[in-house]
Design a protein around this ligand. Structure first.
Ligand SMILES: [Cu+2]
Length: 181
């Protein structure tokens, strides 16, 4: 059992690395040099426990949040679609899906978003329903649902919040968080 988990973690890391190499043509939406390489080093952390530690931050308890930010999900946009936080700050995101279809709110670097988007598109092509591999950095909400997610931002740079359901990001369902030092 443990071997299987380790093997699949290694495989996932390899697939992500492959997607990252291909992802470069999509990187123009990102500021120069913000979060380039090194994102996937969390592969060695948490031992498959879904600890959610990532180079740009980690999940937190809602009580640790110094402020909350309401984000409305629409067909196909986030309102607001940009935000500035300070490195070290913990933010409680209060999410509501006011649209008519399922939406996702995923925090991640541009490279992580691209990799996740490719995976979801591949699943959709196989006729699989959207399913979720979230590590505390994302939630999916049906129409009318609400949820909250607390996150500590640890690194200056740019973090995106995107909906990676097929076609949604491409239709404009994306947001950008500037993390200042
Ligand atoms: Cu969406």
């Amino acid at each position: 059992m443990k071997k299987t988990i380790l093997f699949s973690a290694a495989l996932t890391a390899a697939l992500l690395a492959a997607s990252l190499v291909q992802a470069h043509d999509d990187d123009d939406a990102m500021g120069p040099g913000m979060m380039g390489g090194g994102m996937m080093e969390h592969g060695g952390m948490g031992g498959g426990m879904g600890g959610g530690m990532m180079a740009f931050g980690h999940p937190a308890a809602a009580a640790q949040a110094g402020r909350s930010v309401a984000i409305e999900m629409k067909d196909m946009a986030f309102v607001p679609d940009s935000l500035t936080v300070k490195a070290g700050e913990t933010v409680l995101f209060k999410l509501h899906n006011g649209g008519t279809v399922m939406h996702e709110f995923m925090l991640g670097t541009a490279a992580m978003q691209t990799a996740h988007r490719r995976m979801m598109a591949a699943e959709a092509e196989k006729g699989l329903p959207p399913h979720h591999h979230h590590m505390g950095n994302a939630v999916s909400l049906d129409p009318g649902q609400s949820a909250s997610l607390a996150w500590t931002f640890t690194q200056p740079g740019t973090v995106e919040y995107d909906c990676n359901l097929p076609g949604h990001y491409e239709s404009g369902m994306k947001g950008a968080i500037t993390v200042t030092p």
